[in-house]
Design a protein around this ligand. Structure first.
Ligand code: C2E
Ligand code: MG
Ligand code: MG
Ligand code: MG
Length: 280
């Protein structure tokens, strides 16, 4: 048994487990060098308002591995979370996103654009998290009101009082806060009402279930989330919109902003800036 073999000797009898671990170990050491080797980049996915115009973007981390190609965040973020690398990686994401935000804010046509950045639990609970966000904004000379920090319910529920203090500190600077993936966790309405969110993002799994059957339970839940969020002065983003029908449905339910493959996939910076130009 692995446990009785002691701390340093762990035996696996399953070769599949072994190769998964080997891949994980490889990725872990390569991830450490990814920033210096400039293998990381941000992809941008636009968010649109009811009139179809871009109101902002979500910045999504990408890792172009030299041999393995594009490795999805679902694979490398958990690794970075478990070994603490997420802290410097997350800082790189914030700094890069704030520099881009400053550029968009400096041009009249994109002045209004908001940039949303995902943060992980380990990063959020660093004692100097709020300071690091403010420093990134100041160094880039970007206006804090253009930045939105996306957190998840489970993150916030880990240490509610601490999370509340951090959120309030962020808001003092005018930084916005979004609850990502709403509907997938405990989705406690009571917590939502107590925490100072500016925005709720309805998770894509919900959005995609909504158009299966008219007046299904999913419809009712989504409508309830939207009504509640509006009464709490929060706006609502639907993520994972893939079809016209999903867009129309969510718009009819009163959703304020939309994001998904139906409007655009996450794209690299040049492609994104190009698409902004061709819209004008
Ligand atoms: P998320 O924050 O919920 O981001 C939305 C995810 O949904 C993205 O996946 C995006 O590509 C995908 N998506 C957007 N529209 C559609 C659609 O219409 N249909 C479908 N099926 N998917 C859609 P991605 O880029 O693979 O990121 C996955 C997750 O990784 C993110 O989920 C977020 O939790 C995490 N992540 C990404 N970048 C960062 C980062 O910089 N820092 C941290 N801590 N986490 C990140
Ligand atoms: Mg997100
Ligand atoms: Mg999400
Ligand atoms: Mg997520």
């Amino acid at each position: 048994e692995a446990k009785s073999a002691g701390r340093s000797v762990i035996r696996f009898h399953d070769s599949e487990v072994q190769s998964v671990l080997a891949q994980r170990f490889r990725l872990e050491s390569q991830l450490r060098q990814a920033v210096e080797r400039q293998e990381l980049s941000l992809a941008y996915q636009k968010q649109v308002g009811l009139d179809g115009g871009a109101t902002g973007v979500e910045a999504l981390l990408r890792w172009q591995h030299p041999e393995q190609g594009n490795i999805p965040p679902s694979e490398f973020i958990p690794i970075a979370e478990s070994n603490g690398l997420i802290v410097p990686l997350g800082l790189w994401v914030l700094e890069t996103a704030c520099q881009q935000l400053a550029l968009w804010q400096s041009m009249p046509e994109t002045q209004h654009m908001r940039v949303s950045v995902n943060v992980s639990s380990k990063q959020f609970y660093q004692p100097d998290f709020v300071e690091s966000v403010v420093r990134a904004l100041q160094q880039a000379k970007s206006a804090p009101t253009g930045l939105c920090i996306e957190v998840t319910e489970s993150m916030v529920l880990d240490d509610l009082d601490n999370a509340m203090a951090k959120m309030q500190a962020l808001r003092v600077y005018g930084i916005q806060i979004s609850m990502d993936d709403f509907g997938t966790g405990y989705s406690s309405m009571a917590y939502l009402s107590r925490l100072p969110f500016d925005e709720v993002k309805i998770d894509k799994s919900f959005v995609q279930m909504a158009d299966t059957r008219e007046n299904s339970n999913e419809w009712i839940i989504i409508e309830t989330i939207i009504t509640m969020a509006h009464k709490l002065n929060m706006h609502v983003v639907a993520e994972g919109i893939e079809t016209l029908r999903q867009h129309e449905l969510l718009a009819a339910m009163g959703c304020d902003y939309f994001q998904g493959f139906y409007f655009s996939r996450p794209v690299d910076l040049d492609t994104f800036n190009h698409s902004l130009q061709s819209m004008r």
